[in-house]
Design a protein around this ligand. Structure first.
Ligand code: PLP
Length: 286
């Protein structure tokens, strides 16, 4: 099992041709951009390490992928959260449910400030420089594909949370990488880039309005369903819906549209859709 080399498919969405890199299909349990970001920890030996410590939200994709990583590596996994909603405790679902099944020890407290020699601390969302290891491999897969298919003019798009994936992808790709901020605003995203690299940042596409991460918006649900209907691919509701809104608008208005190819990176995250879909159907279908 190598957890790399996802396929690239051609799709048509609203009569525009796109390519999609199916990182959602890397592996049944360990997929998407978290598999890329944590690949360094998967592939290398850490003889002293017995436990991973991280923190973030109780529904996070990174939390789930870390639980899988720890299971594979035989490490304990302590995950710190501010709060676990009581409905989630009573009815475990999605990332929370499966991370617990993979052995995550979830703790409602502040994350410790110091760590022991056998503990590996991974910051929220996997925003760590070690992520560049797996993302360089992703970039090389895209370069090889472009070369084999004689694609010279390519724009690559992927939505950002911490921005780690888009930043390192831009670092290792000879094509322009486009992104949009989904978790914080554009200033937050630029700060995140600056914390890891000095130059060569992805282009941040502007959004039509402000979106609060995790809140429900009718147009995000609609584009998700439209994508599913037209392409048969399920995209994530938290990042991809907003990503596609931004990317589609960019492509529509791009004056050299006919000379370029457009590649969307599917970064997984589908376990998070289970609870999002429940919330959306409750709000808009009842
Ligand atoms: C984590 C995640 C992102 C954001 O990745 P960053 O590297 O933090 O920008 C985007 N999409 C999905 C599905 C994710 O799980």
């Amino acid at each position: 099992m190598n957890y790399t080399n996802s396929l690239i498919e051609q799709i048509s969405f609203n009569n525009q041709k796109y390519f999609v890199k199916r990182d959602d299909l890397l592996h049944k349990d360990f997929s998407g951009n978290k598999a890329r970001k944590f690949y360094y920890f998967l592939k290398n030996d850490f003889p002293k390490i017995k436990k991973v410590i991280s923190f973030g939200s109780a529904q996070s994709n990174a939390m789930y992928s870390l639980s899988v990583l720890c299971k594979i590596k035989g490490w304990k996994f302590d995950y710190y959260v501010d709060h676990i909603a009581s409905y989630l405790k009573e009815n475990p679902i999605g990332n929370y449910k499966f991370a617990k099944e993979f052995g995550m020890n979830i703790i409602e407290a502040e994350v410790p400030k110091t760590f022991k020699n056998d503990e590996l601390f991974i910051s929220e969302g996997g925003a760590v420089s070690a992520a560049s290891f797996g993302i360089e491999i992703l970039a090389n897969e895209i370069r090889t594909w472009a070369k084999e298919n004689q694609i010279k003019n390519l724009k690559v798009f992927l939505p950002s949370g911490t921005g780690t994936t888009s930043l390192y992808l831009q670092k290792f790709l000879p094509f322009e990488v486009l992104t949009c901020s989904c978790v914080g605003d554009d200033e937050y995203l630029e700060k995140q880039f600056l914390a890891l690299e000095k130059t060569n940042f992805p282009t941040i596409l502007k959004k039509e309005k402000k979106y609060h991460f995790g809140k429900l918006y009718k147009e995000l649900y609609e584009i998700h369903n439209e994508l599913l209907n037209q392409t048969n691919i399920e995209f994530d509701l938290l990042y991809d819906s907003l990503g596609w809104l931004c990317f589609e608008k960019y492509v529509e208005n791009f004056d050299k549209k006919d000379e370029f190819n457009f590649l969307y990176i599917h970064q997984g995250g589908l376990l998070g859709n289970i609870s999002m879909k429940e919330r959306y159907t409750y709000k808009y279908n009842s």
